[in-house]
Design a protein around this ligand. Sequence first.
Ligand SMILES: [Zn+2]
Length: 262
Amino acid sequence: MPHFTDAGVNLTSTQFDADRDAIVTRAASQGVESMLLIGCDLQSSEYSQVLAKQYRQYATAGVHPHDAKDVPDDFIAQLRTLATQDRVVAIGECGLDFNRDYSPRPVQQLICGVQLELAQALNMPVYLHERDAFDTLSSMLDDFSLRGVLHCFTGDKRALRHYLDYGLMIGLTGWLCDERRGETLRELVRYIPEDRILLETDAPFLLPRTLKPKPKSRRNEPAYLPEIAHHVATLKNTSVSQLAQQTTENFKSLFLAHGVAG
Ligand SMILES: [Zn+2]
């Protein structure tokens, strides 16, 4: 069985409170042995790090644009401390979301910007979220020289080209398994070099709509990553095992190349 790496799991979600161990075990039974656990605010970043130690996985530390409006005054100091803990390998999830606008845009930009600064200062990769905010985020990135991933990419060809030119990896989720919303993304996958792709479920969100039989629950989980891999492999005209191996190597070179303690 191929060894898959899920580069984005919200394992701290309350949707996993009742059966978190089983979720991790079930993922491993499908070959999903490595996971990046996403922090979205200070609390979930801290919890992700605890879970990463417990399950011998990896974590991010950051503040999502949705949560940008709620940070305490000393959040960047707290984030810096979290970011240097064992098994924390990236700053994020951070970025801009002008689709839902849960935080005012100037606040999103401020909170994103200081996290980009932190990532550069610590020489850590960024785990980026961008929805309907390409122009603003790309002009912010131009002030930095960063490694990272544009997670759950849903943009257009111009955005893809820019992010690739910048040097980012592209995170592909079950978005492309959505027959309605995923069409643009399915057409763009051919332009993403294999050594720049990361696979991620973004569980418990974005349940792949092509799963058969359809799960009773709408909850996504890392055990479903092979479904996403199957679709990407078909679009890239490669095998699932080759894609699994390549994306696992991509994950290691982006997040683990500088060594991880713990
Ligand atoms: Zn996101």
